[in-house]
Ligand binder design. Structure first.
Ligand code: NAD
Length: 201
């Protein structure tokens, strides 16, 4: 919490005023790193994952709220994944943790919206080849599977950044407390012809 307070106060000094937008982009599961299956989770690791990947979002928001660090109509975005809504066995405890992250966006979004018209959303991103993404067992195969399912293909990291910028802009100022899929159509496609072709080979 001390680090967060310092981050906001020093940022406001450097930027010469309150903050317009914040991105939460932290995710880490020790259980995933150690290849521990969901049915055998280590609870110390589970708690660590919750703290780093979900409570950090609440702490980030609560610190800004207390310091009154955000401007009216500021926009806050956190990055999530569809395993919060559907079962993805390889995502183990991060599935539960992302569900919590999305819930914090809704509940804090209510309070911060009432308080200062600050809006809070999560972006549910396609599988993306990053350090965290590639650390998941079977990621490469799943990346290809998702690519085959999505009519537009997987959304890249640059596409994700562009979408976040749009959420930080005033053009989206009435969107809050939402989980927004940024996935090339993956989440609403049941099955694609490409996937059926893969199986019939
Ligand atoms: N890569 C994907 O396929 C994918 C898909 C959907 C959502 N996301 C989400 O995107 C966000 C960013 O992840 P990424 O894929 O860019 O991977 P990444 O590895 O590039 O980023 C993860 C970040 O978390 C930070 N981090 C990890 N443990 C920390 C700790 N204890 N304290 C402070 N920071 C810590 C790391 O320093 C790193 O900057 C995460 O929330 C992730 O769950 C990723």
């Amino acid at each position: 919490m001390e680090d967060l307070t310092k981050l906001y106060t020093e940022s406001m000094d450097v930027l010469g005023g309150k903050i317009d937008f914040v991105l939460h982009s932290i995710g880490m599961s020790v259980n995933i790193r150690k290849n521990i299956p969901y049915t055998e989770l280590n609870y110390d690791f589970y708690n660590k994952g919750i703290d780093v990947s979900a409570l950090s979002f609440h702490k980030m928001l609560a610190t800004a709220y207390k310091l009154d660090a955000l401007n009216e109509h500021a926009s806050v975005v956190a990055l999530s994944y569809i395993a919060a809504q559907q079962a993805y066995p390889f995502y183990t405890d991060m599935a539960d943790i992302k569900a919590m992250l999305e819930s914090i966006a809704r509940t804090f979004g209510y309070h911060y919206g009432k308080h200062k018209k600050v809006r809070i959303n999560t972006v549910s991103q396609s599988p993306t080849k990053t350090t965290a993404g590639s650390g998941i067992k079977g990621f490469s195969e799943f990346y290809d599977f998702a690519e085959a399912q999505s009519p537009l293909g997987n959304a890249s990291a640059d596409d994700c950044a562009n979408f976040c910028v749009s959420l930080f802009s005033d053009l989206t100022k009435m969107i809050t407390m939402q989980n927004l899929y940024h996935d090339g159509g993956y989440s609403t496609t049941g099955v694609s012809q490409e996937q059926l072709n893969m199986i019939s080979k």
